[in-house]
Write a protein that binds this ligand. Structure first.
Ligand SMILES: [Fe+2]
Ligand SMILES: [Fe+2]
Length: 272
């Protein structure tokens, strides 16, 4: 396989047509049989791959941080996701504005070229696949919930449904109820994931305003959670855990590569 074909495997599984702005092939390659896959790849992992004779390295997170010229296109997936569950488009756009502005300012801090240049110097094929794998994870979690949750289900039932995914059983982190409690009725449940990063306080608040009873985030900042706790009553936020949740989307992709005869070694991925 070549790097383009590997990217296409992920796009196909995610149901996406184009490569999102937070995913890219930095050093292309062909005849790939042995892959090192890491949730985060740095210089040391590239060196390790070279030393151990891997044909290519794939990172989940964009190397050096979420730095891309058109990152807003990825983060605006929150808008589509909100609209698809009944949030008015204007309100959804307002909800992403502040955090998107913050992320764009903070991107300037990052040394985004460092790891990519090392891959070029080493001459090792290198790519990252972020949103497609998160979209696979969002769909898996969403399907799991739709299968098990009824009108009378409680937050406890949503957590139990998610825990049937083996990644959540095998993870060191536990699924947390950040807001609300296990005995509350779940109401309308939405998985918010696969849009660059979590939508923070504003996106959560907007979902709640427009009828969502239980929202699922894979992570949230402490400050945003504290703010939600102060301002939101009778709603629930389930936090599933970053690495466990990323792994939910990564494992089907790894399995598909293995089905195509590729030998994959993973770093940091929770077993499925
Ligand atoms: Fe992810
Ligand atoms: Fe992640």
């Amino acid at each position: 396989m070549n790097t383009e074909e590997i990217m296409n495997v992920a796009l196909k599984l995610a149901g996406l047509r184009d490569v999102p702005n937070d995913s890219a092939i930095f050093v292309s390659g062909r005849g790939i049989q042995k892959v090192l896959f890491g949730i985060d790849i740095g210089v040391s992992e590239l060196m390790l791959a070279k030393k151990l004779g891997y044909d290519a390295v794939i990172s989940h997170h964009p190397p050096g941080g979420m730095v891309t010229v058109n990152f807003h296109r990825v983060f605006e997936r929150h808008v589509q996701q909100m609209v698809s569950v009944g949030v008015p488009a204007e309100e959804a756009r307002k909800a992403v504005k502040r955090k998107l502005g913050m992320l764009e300012v903070e991107m300037h801090i990052r040394n985004y070229a460092h790891i990519i240049d090392v891959a070029r110097i080493l001459g090792i094929p290198f790519m990252n696949i972020h949103t497609p794998l998160d979209e696979i994870g969002r769909r898996r979690m969403d399907e799991q919930i739709k299968k098990e949750i009824r009108d009378y289900s409680k937050v406890r039932d949503v957590v139990s449904a998610l825990k049937k995914l083996s990644e959540f059983q095998n993870a060191l982190t536990d699924i947390k109820v950040g807001l609300g409690n296990l005995e509350n009725l779940a109401g309308k449940v939405v998985v918010s994931h696969g849009a660059g990063t979590n939508g923070g306080y504003e996106v959560a608040k907007t979902y709640f305003k427009y009828g969502v009873g239980t929202l699922i985030y894979i992570h949230i900042s402490y400050g945003d959670l504290e703010k939600l706790k102060k301002e939101v009553k009778d709603k629930n936020l389930i936090i599933t855990g970053h690495i466990a949740s990323d792994s939910v989307g990564i494992n089907p992709f790894i399995k598909e590569l293995e089905n195509k005869g590729i030998d994959v070694t993973t770093i940091g991925v929770v077993k499925g």
